[in-house]
Write a protein that binds this ligand. Structure first.
Ligand code: PLP
Ligand code: ZN
Length: 500
């Protein structure tokens, strides 16, 4: 819609202005640092950082119901800069001018209600939010749009040059980082560190296709992360992992979209997400807390974090009910089909601890829960979901398995509606589906395919007497014979009834 077509009282709010003062806040010692330089850890105490708008209170001069109106009207604007996560500009990047925003089609992903059969299977009503429908086919694009828009702002307005964007990845971070870097080509080059053999062929192809330098490292993600951290501490690179707090800001858009998509009535929702490096669950909680603080929502949804038994440090941490006795211990991961979340020492753990504390203080002990699921449950859930109209990846399957577990353990009120994060597109992980269908999982995965869930192509073979198009071009009569034979064989297989 054209600006002059909006209601007159809304027109001045559709295009966001520049405002606020953003600083890095250390979660360890509380110090504040300027954002002119990219910082990943506190120079004083080495803890992780979050970005804070120190002029946040100014946003409260606008009542919550007006914010809701602004965001809803803004959705009708066709300005590319507002087409993605920066619809919520004031909440995630109000210092970034619109002309510096990179929009590659991220955000505003569809929310798909489960059908009746799936609801019964899950034990309660739910929907999937298909974040696999982002441009690089995972939710990581949200955070990258934010981190690269800020980088672009530094390049355009502060003369930053020759940037090398670098990240370690379980597959999707590198795909997203390489995609956004390629859009800024000329100013930004990218390099990605991947655990050798621990990303899918599709995920390996993505950064290669975007022109990134791809470096495979022996070990698992946690090992790659240590190497990339060492690089960021000693060389001039822009770290694009979720240690980079700009990523978290962008990923908060997931919560804002859920709020908007449910007409800002989120008190009866249970938001379910898989946990790997814990950036996503951090952003989800931070996003809802911000909206609550501004009165845009008047109650908080409950949040459920899910981990595989093979990579479960966050789950183990919260298993201890007594807060003072909780100790964080990294775990050594075992092979997991939820490979994108196969992380034993999540970088954002201090952020999770802080946000869970805030969240529970406002919404009650039950409001943030953690469950663990088996590899078998993850695969079975993914396959069942995808047989019912969804496009869930294994991590999306993990969410559904986690929801079922939460229902079974009475950790979630069944009258709520759950919103499950389908964090990536199923196609990225088709190899795991194939392993299931062909019973080819290595024993470490501990997955035994259920017979009724398996599927395989049936290949039609032609007897000698039937002309075969694979052996050369057929004449019209021969072709007719081939078609008639094939159709009749297929009709037999499918038990089709003849017409009339
Ligand atoms: C990164 C990723 C996760 C884990 O998210 P964290 O923010 O690292 O906890 C889960 N699923 C997919 C598909 C991912 O790419
Ligand atoms: Zn500090």
């Amino acid at each position: 819609m054209r600006l002059d077509q909006f209601p007159p009282e809304m027109q001045s709010s559709i295009i966001p202005g520049i405002g606020g003062k953003y600083l890095y806040r250390c979660l360890g010692c509380g110090s504040l640092f300027g954002i002119e330089e990219l910082l990943y850890t506190c120079p004083k105490c080495d803890s992780v950082l979050l970005i804070e708008d120190t002029e946040w209170e100014r946003l409260k001069e606008v009542p919550g119901r007006i914010w809701r109106k602004i965001f809803d009207y803004r959705k009708m604007s066709n300005l590319p800069a507002l087409g993605g996560i920066y619809l919520f500009h004031e909440l995630i990047g109000s210092i970034i001018p619109l002309e510096d925003i990179i929009y590659l089609g991220e955000g505003h992903t569809p929310v798909i209600a489960a059908n009746a059969a799936m609801k019964e299977w899950a034990g309660m009503g739910f929907c999937y939010k298909n974040d696999g429908q982002n441009p690089s086919a995972s939710f990581k694009d949200r955070g990258m749009a934010s981190a690269f828009s800020y980088l672009n702002y530094l390049i355009n307005k502060r003369g930053v040059r020759d940037v090398l964007a670098i990240c370690a990845s379980t597959g999707d971070t590198s795909a997203a980082a390489a995609l956004y870097a390629s859009y800024l080509c000329g100013n930004v080059k990218s390099a990605v560190l991947l655990p050798a053999g621990k990303v899918t062929p599709q995920q390996l192809g993505q950064p290669l296709g975007s022109g990134a330098r791809v470096i495979e490292i022996p070990g698992v993600f946690d090992d790659c992360m240590k190497v990339v951290e060492h690089l960021a501490e000693n060389f001039s690179v822009a770290l694009m992992n979720s240690k980079n707090a700009w990523r978290i800001l962008g990923q908060e858009s997931y919560s804002y979209e859920i709020a908007q998509g449910f007409d800002y009535e989120v008190g009866d929702l249970a938001v379910v997400a898989p946990i790997g490096n814990a950036g996503n669950i951090t952003a989800i909680m931070a996003g809802f807390l911000k909206m609550y603080d501004l009165g845009i929502i008047d109650s908080l949804p409950s949040v459920i974090g899910v981990q595989s038994e093979h990579a479960n440090p966050v789950y183990l941490y919260y298993l201890e009910a007594e807060e003072s006795r909780r100790r964080f211990r990294p775990v050594t991961v075992r092979p997991s089909v939820a490979q994108a979340a196969m992380i034993g020492n999540p970088v954002s753990m201090p952020r999770v601890i802080k946000l869970v504390e805030q969240y529970r203080k406002l919404a009650g002990e039950d409001s943030a829960r953690f469950v663990q699921v088996t590899e078998q449950e993850i695969m079975d859930s993914m396959l069942v979901a995808n047989r019912n109209g969804h496009i869930a990846c294994p991590q999306g399957g993990e969410c559904l398995a986690g929801l079922r577990k939460a229902v079974a353990e009475n950790l979630v009120d069944r009258n709520r509606t759950a919103v499950l994060d389908a964090t990536a597109h199923a196609l990225k992980f088709s190899g795991f589906q194939e392993k299931y269908f062909t019973d080819a999982f290595e024993p470490e995965f501990e997955i035994a395919p259920k017979k009724e869930m398996r599927n395989a192509p049936f290949s039609l073979s032609l007897p000698e007497r039937v002309p075969n198009p694979a052996s050369g071009p057929l004449g019209p009569e021969e072709f007719k014979k081939f078609v008639e034979y094939s159709a009749s064989a297929i009709a037999d297989i499918l038990e089709l009834k003849a017409l009339g």
